[in-house]
Design a protein around this ligand. Sequence first.
Ligand code: CA2
Length: 146
Amino acid sequence: MAKSVIVINGPNLNMLGTREPEIYGAVTLKDIEARVRAHAQQIGLTAEFFQSNLEGEIVEAIQKAANKYDGIILNAAAYTHTSIALMDAIKATGVPTIEVHLSNVFAREPFRHHSYISPAAAGVICGFGAKGYVLAIDALADIFDT
Ligand code: CA2
């Protein structure tokens, strides 16, 4: 059976393409989903998508992934820098998780340089815009194959 991936996006990412294109690009979340779905299919994976502005809903989505998906791609947005709950959820599921950020968080304000997600993640991709999600699919495919 094809390995499956859930792509989880956090707060405000539903507004992509409408504001701050100089930081986050002009693509919408729907565009990103279409690109990721197409690439996943090309390499024999399936991808599903979830976005929420609420921390608890994201915790629940990560918990539910434990018995349903083989990998997680997570852009926790601002919760990256604040949420011990998300870190604990990722550790508890044991599902390989790739942390993605559209922007290069290390070239931005110091408060964006710390991530609670990174210690629980298999790897981190940042600064490549929407392409980062596609790279994360390839990273998970490599993990699945090893
Ligand atoms: O670069 C990323 O992907 C971030 O996760 C985006 C978060 C930010 O808090 C992180 O430090 C880095 C912010 C997402 C906000 O998304 C917007 C989209 C359109 C318009 C305004 C905000």
